[in-house]
Design a protein around this ligand. Sequence first.
Ligand SMILES: NC(=O)c1ccc[n+]([C@@H]2O[C@H](COP(=O)([O-])OP(=O)(O)OC[C@H]3O[C@@H](n4cnc5c(N)ncnc54)[C@H](OP(=O)(O)O)[C@@H]3O)[C@@H](O)[C@H]2O)c1
Length: 253
Amino acid sequence: MNPFTLEGKKILITGASSGIGKQCAISCSQMGAIVILIGRNEEKLIKTMALLSKGDHQYYVFDVTNYPEIESIVKEAVDKTGKISGFIYSAGIEIPMPLNVTQPEHYEALFATNVIAGFEFAKILSKKKYSDESGSSFVFIASIMSTVGDSSLSGYSASKGAIVAGIRSIALELANKKIRVNAISPAQISDTKMTSNKFSLLNKEDIDKIYDRHPLGLGSAEDVANGCVYLLSDASKWITGTNLIIDGGYSAK
Ligand SMILES: NC(=O)c1ccc[n+]([C@@H]2O[C@H](COP(=O)([O-])OP(=O)(O)OC[C@H]3O[C@@H](n4cnc5c(N)ncnc54)[C@H](OP(=O)(O)O)[C@@H]3O)[C@@H](O)[C@H]2O)c1
């Protein structure tokens, strides 16, 4: 059997309405998985659904920071599809802002969406009644900002560093339940809303500088999705607690 296949796996994906999460949903379905999509924008979720390979996929319109309702979404998905064998946490926000104007509520918003909601999902998905007994894999989309810094990104970087630090402990705690937990840290991805929003605030010189920092050019959502497929597949069955850097050489400089 091809160890890279996702045939028979059921994978829940947050942030599936856009960018990296959307591409992860498409790539996982192409590799044979049944996917359960989560996002706030129903119109965009329906567009993602239309791009999936054939299968009994589902979507839920849900704000991940509505912590008390996470379990009811997971329960409904499991009742319909069966136990979950993979999870991609790609919901995320970036609030680029110099330190001197950043307020506590900006840090709180970044941590709520980027970290706390993801760890709440991990807590619930790791329950015996929701988790595939043959094993499962959780993948958190962090950022290269977990590892290196940049100006105007103190809150965002801190939240991404928190993911990478937190998943190590979660990985150790869940290993005896046959659940692997890893992060992926991409540098700049060209084809997502987050990037187009960021670039709309920058002048040409600053955008050129971002391109210059990537020896292999900017990445695509597919470059990240391919890493997710690997970490969700049995080909990575001995990998847990790691941060897979997918950055076109950004951090090699
Ligand atoms: N783009 C990059 O260059 C880059 C680089 C490194 C890391 N990342 C990380 O990759 C992840 C995906 O980013 P992206 O570039 O694909 O951005 P994107 O196109 O803006 O997508 C972000 C996704 O997160 C969802 N989301 C945000 N807040 C949510 C909430 N409260 N509840 C439910 N869903 C929520 C959005 O859903 P709705 O639109 O439906 O609300 C959307 O599907 C993020 O964690 C980001 O930090 C991105």
